[in-house]
Design a protein around this ligand. Sequence first.
Ligand SMILES: Nc1nc2c(ncn2[C@@H]2O[C@H](COP(=O)(O)OP(=O)(O)OP(=O)(O)O)[C@@H](O)[C@H]2O)c(=O)[nH]1
Ligand SMILES: [Mg+2]
Length: 301
Amino acid sequence: MLLRNRLLRPQITSFLSPSSSPPLKTQPLTLSFRTLISNPTLRNPTPNRHVSASKATANPAIFDKTLMFIPPGVDPAEVTENMVLSGSNIVLGPYAGDAKIKEVEFVKSSARAKDCPKHDRPEFAILGRSNVGKSSLINALVRKKDVALTSKKPGKTKLINHFLVNKSWYFVDLPGYGFAKAPEAARMDWSAFTKGFFLNRDTLVAVLLLVDASVPPQKIDLDCANWLGRNNIPMTFVFTKCDKMKAGKGKRPDENLRDFQQFIRENYRVQPPWIMTSSVTGFGRDELLLHMSQLRNYWDQ
Ligand SMILES: Nc1nc2c(ncn2[C@@H]2O[C@H](COP(=O)(O)OP(=O)(O)OP(=O)(O)O)[C@@H](O)[C@H]2O)c(=O)[nH]1
Ligand SMILES: [Mg+2]
C-alpha cells in the first residue's frame, strides 16, 4: 500500500514561494508505470466506456500528454486524446470499473481522528474551503439529496463523517477550512483536527481537494495543496460549481479555471488529476466516479 501511495502521490515542483517549498525528490512516475505494465494483475481490465472521453482541458484544442494524469497500467506512449475523461486531464486506464453506486449508508461522525471507523476499507476524503460544495458533491455522487448535510452558511460540517458505499469503501466528509468569519484560533483548530486525520489513515486512497471554480484561485487552497504534496498524500483537484459560468465581479469563471490549471501546470513535475464538476447539473459526476474507481481498484490490488 505504501508503494501504491508513492506511485499516486503528487509531485510538486515549486509552490507560491519556491524557496519555502523545496521540490520533492521522487522518481518520475512513468518508470513506475512501466514496472506495473510488466506485471499486470488487473481486477477490471476493461474500462467502462459509457462515459464520454476527450475535451480534456478548458481549451479542447490543446492536447498535451505531459499535462495529463496517466493512471497506473497505462503506457504514456500509448495515450491518445480519446482516452481522456471529459472535462478533466484524467486518462482512463485499465483499472477503471465498478463505478456504480448501489447503496450508501452513514456510518458515524467522529470528533477526533482516533475515533474514526477502523482502518479496514479504502476511503476518499473530501476536503476544501467552507462552502466550496463538499457535502453537495457527496450527495450528487451518491444521487441522494441529503445524505450529507449542506447549507448556504459556511461551517455546516463540523465533524469527520464516514459514509460507506456499496459496503466496500468510504467517502469522508470533512469540515471546511478557511471560513473567513472564523477567528484565527478556530481556523488553527481545524488544522490540528483534520491534519491528524490525514497523517494517520493508511486506508486513504486519495484526497479530493475541492476548488470553487466561480472565484479566482485562493491562496488558502494553494497552501492546502502544498501541504498535501509535502506530506505525500495523493490528491485530485475537483473544481466545483462549474455551472456558475456567468461573470460576477472580476474574472469570469472560465478564466478562474484557466488560472488554476496554469498554476497546476507550472507547479507539478507530474500532473495531478483535475476534473470539473457541478453538483447542480451533475456535470462530471460519472467521470469522477470512474476516476475514483481506477484509483480504488489499483489501491485494492
Ligand atoms: N451553483 C452551485 N452551487 C453549489 C454547488 N455545490 C454546492 N453549492 C452550494 O454551495 C453551498 C455550500 O454547499 P455545501 O455542500 O454545504 O458546502 P460544504 O463545502 O460542505 O460547506 P461546509 O460544510 O460548511 O464546509 C450550498 O448553498 C450549495 O447549494 C454547485 O455545484 N453549484
Ligand atoms: Mg459540508
